[in-house]
Design a protein around this ligand. Structure first.
Ligand code: MEV
Length: 319
């Protein structure tokens, strides 16, 4: 059996994080500068059923059978086996690597799941179609944080910009035309922030004051719709003020942090068209919309304001 490799990109949320958990729309785009990768190869000397998992970046090496039931890697592999109705896979080694920073709002958990599901199912001779990969990765996301919207696994599975809305009986997953490319800088506060914690805090705050939070979520949803219109109209520069406004709502939701504020202010002061935190918040990454000729100046400003790293991603024109 030949070794099989699969990879999956990271992601950024352009608009609507947190509100998307409560049924409002959000827009996310894949980020191909960072990637998760899974390689599955045969282990001829081992007994059938033995699956060795190696994840050197998190210093993990264990047999599938020995991992805890709530381990996300175990969950992904077990879901694939159940779906394919395979009880005893051929002996194999699963090696996982990722350049996506963990707990940084870039979808590292979902990307590992997607890469793993693809490589493992292909190794078993039954490559799973995207809808199944997406559905199974969503089940794994529930381990990462109890109430995921599903946007991370969706944008990462399909690897294209999505307008996403969580809905009973089937999520709305739409692609949309984007006639003009645009440039986004992504900068890391260097402060790890598991999405679960931020999502849990927003939930508690929402439970304490539903009308206030519902109003914030509604406004975030309106910004997302306005952003989609601007992108479709070929006017991505109009996203700048919408990003600023979305950031203000996220501040009000309580998910910004001093480090994020410093980077957002620095980007704006250096001429970015708009800036906001992206993902769960509290730490992790922020994004800034920039003209192509501002990339250098704004990157330097972000690094000067304490960013652990900054990179550029382009949202390419889509038909
Ligand atoms: C995380 O990338 C986005 C959040 O809205 C959580 C979710 O949608 O599951 C914070």
């Amino acid at each position: 059996m030949p070794a099989v490799t699969a990879s999956a990109p990271g992601k950024i949320i352009l608009f609507g994080e947190h509100a998307v958990v409560y049924g409002r729309p959000a827009i996310a785009v894949p980020v191909t500068q960072v990637k998760a990768r899974a390689v599955v190869s045969a282990a001829p000397g081992s007994a059938a059923g033995q699956v060795l998992i190696e994840a050197p970046s998190i210093h993990q090496q264990a047999y599938l059978a020995d991992l805890a039931a709530d381990d996300p890697l175990k969950k992904a592999l077990t879901l694939a086996l159940e779906h394919l109705q395979i009880s005893r896979p051929p002996a194999c080694k699963v090696r996982i690597g990722s350049t996506i920073p963990v707990a940084a709002g870039l979808g590292s958990g979902a990307a590992v799941s997607v890469a793993l599901l693809r490589a493992f199912s292909a190794f078993l001779g039954h490559p799973l179609p995207d809808e199944v990969v997406n559905a199974l990765a969503f089940e794994v996301e529930k381990l990462h944080h109890g109430t995921p919207s599903g946007i991370d696994n969706t944008v990462i599975t399909y690897a294209r910009p999505v307008f996403f809305q969580r809905r009973e009986g089937g999520n709305l997953i739409e692609t949309f035309p984007s006639p003009q490319p645009f440039t986004v800088l992504v900068a890391d506060t260097g402060v790890p922030s598991p999405t679960a914690a931020a999502v849990g805090d927003v939930r508690r705050a929402w439970q304490q004051d539903p009308p206030r939070y519902e109003a914030l979520f509604d406004r975030a949803g309106e910004l997302t719709r306005a952003a989609r219109k601007a992108i479709e109209a070929g006017k991505p520069h109009e996203l700048g003020p919408l990003m600023d406004a979305n950031h203000a709502l996220l501040q009000e939701m309580g998910v910004s942090s001093p480090e994020l504020e410093r980077l957002v202010q620095a980007a704006r002061a250096a001429g970015a068209l708009g800036a906001k935190l992206s993902g769960g918040g509290r730490g992790g990454n922020m994004i800034a919309l920039v003209e192509a000729d501002q990339v250098e100046a704004v990157s330097q400003a972000l690094l000067g304001a304490g960013a652990a790293r900054a990179f550029m991603t382009r949202v390419e024109a889509q038909g």
